[in-house]
Design a protein around this ligand. Sequence first.
Ligand code: SF4
Length: 151
Amino acid sequence: MAALARANQQELEQLVYPTGFYRNKAANIKKLAEILCRKHNGKIPPDFETLIGLPGIGRKTANVIMNQAFGQAPGIVVDTHVLRLSERLGYTNGRNAVRTEKELMKIFPADTWRDFSLYLIFHGRKYCTARRPNCTECFLKQLCPSAAGAT
Ligand code: SF4
C-alpha cells in the first residue's frame, strides 16, 4: 500500500490502461492508498460505510470487497449483468443500480446475497448476454417474462 501511495501517477496509468478510464482509476488508486496508509495503517477497512467513503469506491466495489475479502454481504453486488438480468427476470425495472440493489435486498433473504450476484453474472455471461440472450437453451425460460416467445 505504501508503494502505491508513493507511486508515480504515469506508471500507475500504464498499469491500469487496459481497464479503461485509466487516468481516473490511477488517480483514485493513489489517493486511496495515501488515505489507507494515513488513516487505516495501510489496510483495507472491513466496514462497508467506511469503504464507500474512500476514493473510487462505490456500493458495487464496496460490496465486492466485503464479499470477497471479508466473507460478508451487507448488500448485493449490482454490476451490468445483475442490472440487466434483474430486469429481464422481472425483479426490478433495471434502470438504476442502487435502486435495483435495494429492491433485490427486499426480495431475497440476506443469506443468499453473497452468491446471488455471482449466479446472475455467470448466467448473464453464458446464456443471457446483453446482445443476444440464448432463451432456447436457458433453463429459466419457463419462469422468465422476457424469454423469447413469452407473453
Ligand atoms: S429466458 Fe432468455 S431473457 Fe430470460 S433469463 Fe433466460 S436467456 Fe435471459
